[in-house]
Write a protein that binds this ligand. Structure first.
Ligand code: OOG
Ligand code: NI
Length: 456
């Protein structure tokens, strides 16, 4: 029997092999990430593994896919449900100022601590919003919905196997093999000719709309390795002549603890694709859709921590000065510079653990968490951020947009939110804050029970 986490790890590994064949630059990114990770581990020792073992980090990937309809998203949820991945978080990329993209998104990922430690594979999944009149007029919406209704992204056999894997939380070896083959194939780039006129019609609204609704299948858009020093990676990729986007998205590099998520990418590469012209001829063309991305993960922040982050971004937006320098200044001024303070001010999440080899002099442990920490009874481990950032995601989407597309701001946007998404896919979209909070409070409950204290 192959368990869910083994299926998930195998799927991530095979997807990575497939994507490396399709997009060789991805392999370069993985190689450079591995080199940087080895160097960081050598330089920092155990500190380098504070937010995940090197085994976890080396295997860690997130993918990005894009689908067209709630029905397709519901099928995606079944495929990832088979792998023990649940929808977490709601991201509205339609609102991003400079780079509005007509999609709403969630991320499928494991949610339990042990499952995350085994393999944290996650997929940022976006769904097109044809019902949003700011992007699509009534006529284009109707044509788009008809086109999408007529395609099949996932064969029924794959979905049936997925349902079984989800219900039984494992599959017999032969079925697992079949499931993995079908699942990886579903995310390969199709060789079917693309209707050029239709693709270009959608491209005038948004390159992302064309990538989703202009073809009859879906594909993995990028697969992102995790790196322990993203500034160093950025330098090494640039040295190799690979042109990266201008910035590293997310929090600045600074002297305090790494928080949330920092990401960067290189621009989409031209890939050969078969195109069908209006007179019915098939020609070979090239499309720039898929790109390379890399990320560094920091500590998960609480709602208050997140509000602080968003506030600092707003402050940053109001300034014309060198953003990187100013970001560092702002962070130094407003964000606590140690894990201890982040925890004390309830800005970030930690799990708490009784220290096994503390001096046993027969004394009773104090009741306050602060004292338990200060006197060495308990230690705090940061919880790694497992999710995404809407602003960064909007910036990452830009990696394959050559122009801003068109959005008619006179129109009222169609309402989509987390509840709507839950209803559309028939599964609860989970609140990431609640998941981190639960990890933290469960660890505190264990400490209280083990030490027989009330934890004031
Ligand atoms: C998804 C872009 C967002 C991230 O890491 O923030 C993303 C896409 O391009 O489909 O992957
Ligand atoms: Ni990404």
């Amino acid at each position: 029997m192959i368990s869910q986490w083994q299926l998930r790890a195998a799927f991530a590994a095979r997807l990575s092999d497939m994507y490396g064949r399709e997009v060789p630059a991805y392999t370069t990114l993985v190689d450079v990430s591995r080199e940087v990770n080895e160097d960081v581990l050598r330089a920092q020792g155990a500190d380098a593994e504070r937010l995940g073992s090197i085994g976890r980090v080396t295997a860690e990937r997130h993918g990005a896919i894009r689908v067209g309809t709630p029905a397709e998203l519901a099928q995606v949820a079944r495929v990832f449900g088979a792998l023990g991945m649940r929808p977490v978080g709601f991201y509205d990329l339609r609102e991003a100022a400079a780079s509005a993209v007509p999609v709403v998104s969630t991320a499928f990922r494991p949610v339990d601590r042990e499952e995350l430690a085994r393999n944290p594979f996650r997929v940022f999944t976006s769904m097109l919003t044809p019902a949003d009149p700011r992007f699509f007029d009534a006529d284009l919406r109707a044509r788009l919905e008809t086109f999408l209704a007529g395609r099949e992204l996932f064969p029924p056999e794959l979905l049936a196997l997925a349902d079984r894997a989800e219900a039984e939380r494992e599959l017999p070896e032969d079925d697992a093999e079949r499931f993995l083959q079908l699942a990886v194939t579903a995310f390969e780039l199709s060789t079917e000719p693309i209707d050029r006129a239709w693709y270009e019609t959608l491209e005038r609204v948004s390159a992302v709309a064309a990538d989703i609704g202009g073809v009859r299948s879906t594909h993995i858009n990028h697969l992102t390795p995790r790196v322990l020093d993203i500034d160093e990676l950025y330098r090494r990729m640039t040295e190799r002549g690979i042109e990266m986007i201008d910035t590293i998205q997310g929090p600045p590099r600074w002297k305090g603890p790494d928080l949330l998520l920092r990401q960067t990418s290189f621009r989409a590469l031209a890939e050969p694709r078969a195109l069908r012209t209006p007179d019915g001829q098939v020609t070979s063309g090239a499309l720039r859709v898929r790109f390379g991305e890399v990320e560094a993960r920091g500590i998960a922040v609480t709602r208050e921590g997140r509000a602080l982050y968003d506030r600092l971004l707003t402050l940053l937006d109001q300034q014309a000065a060198d953003r990187a320098e100013l970001a560092r200044t702002l962070w130094t001024e407003h964000v606590p510079g140690t894990e201890r303070e982040l925890a004390a001010r309830e800005l970030a999440y930690f799990t708490y653990h009784v220290v096994p080899d503390r001096p046993q002099d027969g004394s009773r442990p104090p009741q306050a968490l602060d004292d338990l920490l200060a006197q060495g009874w308990v230690r705090a481990e940061p919880i790694v951020y497992e999710d995404f950032l809407p602003r960064s995601a909007a910036g990452i989407f830009q990696s394959n947009l050559s122009d801003a597309g068109s959005r008619d701001n006179e129109q009222q946007g169609a309402a989509y939110d987390s509840d709507w998404l839950s209803g559309a896919i028939g599964r609860e979209v989970l609140d990431p804050f609640a998941l981190y909070e639960r990890q933290q409070s469960e660890s505190l409950a264990r400490v209280a029970a083990e030490l027989d204290v009330r934890l004031t």
